[in-house]
Design a protein around this ligand. Sequence first.
Ligand code: KG4
Ligand code: ZN
Length: 339
Amino acid sequence: MLILGIESTCDETAAAVVKDGTLILSNVISSQIDLHKQYGGVVPELACRRHIDVIIPVIDQALKEANLTLQDIDLIAVAKGPGLIGALLIGLNTAKALALAANKPFIGINHIEAHLYAAMMPVLDKILFPCLGVVISGGHTALVLIKSLGTYSLIGQTVDDAIGEAFDKAAVLLGLSYPGGPAIEELAKRGNATRYPLKAGVVKGQPLNFSFSGLKTNVLYTLKGQNSHKDSPVILPPSEYAHLAASFQHAALSDVVNKSLQAAQQNNCQTILLGGGVSNNCYLRDLFKKSQGTLTVHWPETGLSLDNGAMIAGLAFHKFLQKNEGDSLDLEALTRIPF
Ligand code: KG4
Ligand code: ZN
């Protein structure tokens, strides 16, 4: 079954063709980093305008690289949420229009569930359930118990900032460019992670929940002094920035590792699946390697950590088979989808 997957939830316009849920024939991603860089974060209106400009060329490119035409496609899949409403509507309406015009079935996919599927894709038949899904992206931080493909329960989430958001905000404080995650990872390579005693938050009575907003405030106070605000002058010498970046990165990522291992143990999971943009981080991969013990940890392959169409098309194969039909063309975009 040949599936075209379309993704436009935030600041990537992406399309891919995947065969039978796992074989990626093309995976085209048009990033908007250049557009949002000067603002230090995603500007929704600009994101939408760019999605409109590039979505058809991106889909054309995905079909071309797969050596196919729209007529060869068996199902059109699209991320229906969660994400920015305007951005979602562009992908969703494009998918509906193509489905209607080419007389193909159409299906909407939860983009967070797809992030978890990205790590499963190459090893699907080897996954032992239950396993633990760890979604760490710009908009989400969640620990999800996966009982089978499609059966989930949420066992931990952030109570304030998402982890990627915390990286992006800390990067702005450090004067780094957007997106903050890769910029902090790069700067932190030259720093000593034990220099500043930073810690992620503990959520009272909810040991598997996350809190990163206090950590971000501590980066601000380390840079500009206790009780300073974002417009206060910097007092920390520039030679300390790499140490601060490394200490922040260590605090945020070791919290993810510790809570993931605890959640896996409590729920008898032998396998952990990582998904979302922050799973690109090599320091995180090293931290897991050092402490995972007998647990198996699966990471998304190159090109599948950040938002992409291949994870949407791959998951759509299973959803379509489970439902035995597509969605109706009045399917709505959802800015939030609870697990
Ligand atoms: O999954 P994604 O592309 O979009 C969302 O669904 O949110 O994730 C984007 C997020 C951004 O916050 C970005 O700073 C972060 O992932 N990110 C990283 C790294 N690469 C991307 N964070 C830490 N280290 C990285 N190497
Ligand atoms: Zn995402």
